[in-house]
Design a protein around this ligand. Structure first.
Ligand SMILES: [Zn+2]
Length: 172
């Protein structure tokens, strides 16, 4: 019988390393009160977290507009359609995600009043063991620069908080 040796490190173990988690903006049909009386109203945009697979396909999900409460089906990065018949109770909320996260990380996210998309981003990093990744937990724009704090994931839920400054004001 021929002996076969397998190097486990060389095998594809079916893990989900090719998935990418992205925070992106979705435009709604609603307008924030402060823009309602302007000539060309600016439609409200809200942040959603989505997972994109290796074929560049965005995993479909529903998300609720944080201004008007209408439900969007997220089709692609930055693209959605409004869903009329959605049972709101089936949508995940922060409280559904926080129970699966380590308490020390929940504390940091809550102290910084992080939104649902940020909780989902953290969950994605932990679930997929993306050590070395970071999540912005608060930020401010001052004179064209963004300053803030990022939560850096070291290994096995060990985290570190670091301050950052950058010129890029478009990143979310
Ligand atoms: Zn809306």
């Amino acid at each position: 019988m021929k002996e076969t040796k397998v190097n486990l490190d060389e095998l594809d173990d079916g893990s989900v390393d090719y998935l990418v988690g992205i925070k992106h903006l979705i435009e709604c049909n609603c307008v924030l009160p402060q823009f309602q009386n302007t000539k060309s109203p600016l439609f409200h945009k809200f942040i959603v977290f989505s997972i994109v697979d290796e074929e560049n396909k965005t995993q479909e999900k529903n998300a609720i507009c944080n201004n008007c409460g209408i439900v969007h089906t997220i089709l692609e990065i930055g693209k959605s359609e409004i869903t009329k018949s959605e049972n709101l109770s089936s949508l995940r909320e922060i409280k559904d995600i926080r129970i699966g996260l380590p308490p020390h990380i929940v504390n940091i996210l809550e102290e910084n009043q992080c939104d649902l998309a940020t909780f989902e981003e953290v969950e994605f990093i932990l679930d997929n063991e993306r050590w070395g990744s970071y999540v912005v937990i608060n930020k401010d724009q001052i004179e064209g620069r963004t300053i803030g704090k990022a939560l850096i994931f070291k290994e096995n839920s060990i985290v570190k908080i670091e301050s950052f400054t950058r010129q890029d004001i478009f990143e979310i």
